[in-house]
Design a binder for this molecule. Structure first.
Ligand code: DNO
Length: 345
C-alpha cells in the first residue's frame, strides 16, 4: 500500500519539505488548480508540479481531482467539448506518470459542512455537519462558501445551475454519468489510468440537488455502467460512513473483491443517529469508523493501491486550510502506518 498526502500546490501553506518528513510518506496527491473546470491542463504545468514533488523525494501518481464540468453532469449538448478536454487531460497526466485520477459527480457543490470550526473538549477544532442547521443555509445567498467548493461561480451562474438541476432526476444524472464513463474509460484503459470516483459527501441529496454516489446500491450500479476495472472508486470511509445504513466494511470487502478500489481516503467521524457528524482524530476510539478493521480488510486483499489520511482537526494552534492542516493529518498517517505494520504479523 502506498501512503500519500494531499497538497494544494504552491498556494498550500505546508511546504513539501515538511510533508517528506512524515514517516513513510511516498506520494503527493495534487492537481493543477489554476485552470478553470473543463479546460485543458498545460503540459508544462503538470511537468513542473511533478518535478517539484520528485525533487522532494516523493512520487506524483495520484491526481485529486480532475473536476467534471457541470455541462457533463447536466447532459447538455456542450458536454462534447468538455469530455474531449477530459480525455486529453487523462492522456497528459498518464504521460507524466499519473496512474490514478480521483473525481466526483456531485452537482455544483463538493463536500459540505455546517461548521468549519467546531471546538472539541480538548481545544482542537473539527469540521462538522449538523443536519438541523443545513436546511437553514442558503448557498445562493452569496455569503456562504466552503473550501471544497468551486468559488468561481457568480451568484447568477449559481442560480442558473440550480434552475438547470431542477429538471434533472437522479436517473438522468445516472445516464449522464454513464455517458461520460463510456466516453472516458476506454481512453483511461488505453493509457493505463484508473479512474476513482469519490462518494458524495454527505452521501445524500442536499439543497434540493440530486446526489447519487451514496450507498452500496449506487456502487453496484456504477460498476454495471461500465465493467472495466478502470472504472473504480475512491473509498472514503468518512463520506460513506456518514450514513447509518452504510455497512462500510462489507462494501469495502466487496469492491476490493471486484478489483474496483484504487484509492483510499481514511478518516474518522463520530456519527449521530440523525446522520449528523463530527470529524474526529483518525484513531478508532474517537469515532464510528473502526480503522483497524478497515486496514485489516485491505490487508486481506493485499491492497497495493494508494491511501491518504483524510481531513484532520486543527491542533497545536495550527491555523490552516480547513481539514488540510499538517499536524493532525501527519498524526493520522503515523497511526495508519502503525496499524499497517502490525497487520504483517
Ligand atoms: C474532501 C475531498 C473531496 C474530494 C473530491 C474528489 O476533502 O475528499 O473534495 O477531493 O470530492 O473529486
Amino acid at each position: 500500500m502506498k501512503f500519500s498526502f494531499r497538497w494544494y500546490g504552491s498556494s498550500d501553506p505546508i511546504p513539501l519539505e515538511y510533508i517528506r518528513q512524515i514517516p513513510n510518506m511516498t506520494g503527493i496527491v495534487s492537481a493543477i488548480y489554476s485552470v478553470p473546470v473543463g479546460e485543458l491542463w498545460p503540459e508544462k504545468d503538470i511537468e513542473t508540479l511533478k518535478q517539484e514533488i520528485e525533487a522532494n523525494g516523493m512520487r506524483f501518481e495520484v491526481v485529486e481531482s480532475v473536476p467534471v464540468h457541470e455541462d457533463i453532469k447536466l447532459g447538455k449538448l456542450t458536454r462534447t467539448k468538455y469530455i474531449e478536454n477530459y480525455k486529453e487531460n487523462i492522456r497528459r497526466l498518464a504521460k507524466a506518470g499519473v496512474t490514478t485520477i480521483c473525481y466526483n459527480f456531485m452537482p455544483v457543490f463538493d463536500w459540505t459542512r455546517t461548521d468549519l470550526n467546531f471546538i472539541n473538549k480538548d481545544g482542537s477544532s473539527s469540521l462538522t455537519l449538523d443536519l438541523k442547521k443545513i436546511d437553514s443555509l442558503d448557498p445562493l445567498s452569496g455569503d456562504f462558501s466552503l473550501p471544497g467548493w468551486d468559488e468561481s461561480y457568480s451568484k447568477d451562474e449559481l442560480s442558473a445551475l440550480f434552475t438547470a438541476y431542477q429538471s434533472v432526476t437522479p436517473d438522468e444524472l445516472w445516464d449522464n454519468l454513464g455517458y461520460f464513463l463510456n466516453e472516458i474509460i476506454p481512453v483511461a484503459e488505453e493509457v493505463g489510468i484508473n479512474m476513482a470516483i469519490h462518494p458524495d459527501d454527505p452521501p445524500y441529496s442536499i439543497f434540493g440537488l440530486p446526489r447519487i454516489i451514496t450507498d452500496d446500491a449506487a456502487f453496484q450500479r456504477l460498476f454495471k455502467l461500465n465493467d472495466s476495472p478502470a472504472n473504480g472508486v475512491t473509498f472514503c470511509t468518512g463520506s460513506l460512513g456518514a450514513r447509518n445504513d452504510n455497512d462500510i466494511y462489507t462494501m469495502l470487502d466487496d469492491y476490493l473483491k471486484q478489483g474496483r478500489v484504487h484509492f483510499m481516503h481514511t478518516r474518522n467521524i463520530l456519527l449521530h443517529e440523525d446522520n449528523s457528524f463530527e470529524e474526529t482524530a483518525h484513531m478508532s476510539k474517537y469515532g464510528s469508523v473502526d480503522m483497524v478493521k478497515v486496514l485489516a480488510i485491505l490487508k486481506r486483499h493485499n491492497y497495493n493501491g494508494y491511501l491518504r489520511p483524510d481531513h484532520g482537526r486543527m491542533i497545536w494552534g495550527e491555523n490552516g486550510r480547513p481539514g488540510y492542516g499538517l499536524y493532525d493529518r501527519a498524526l493520522g498517517a503515523s497511526y495508519l502506518n502503525g496499524i499497517w505494520e502490525a497487520l504483517h504479523y
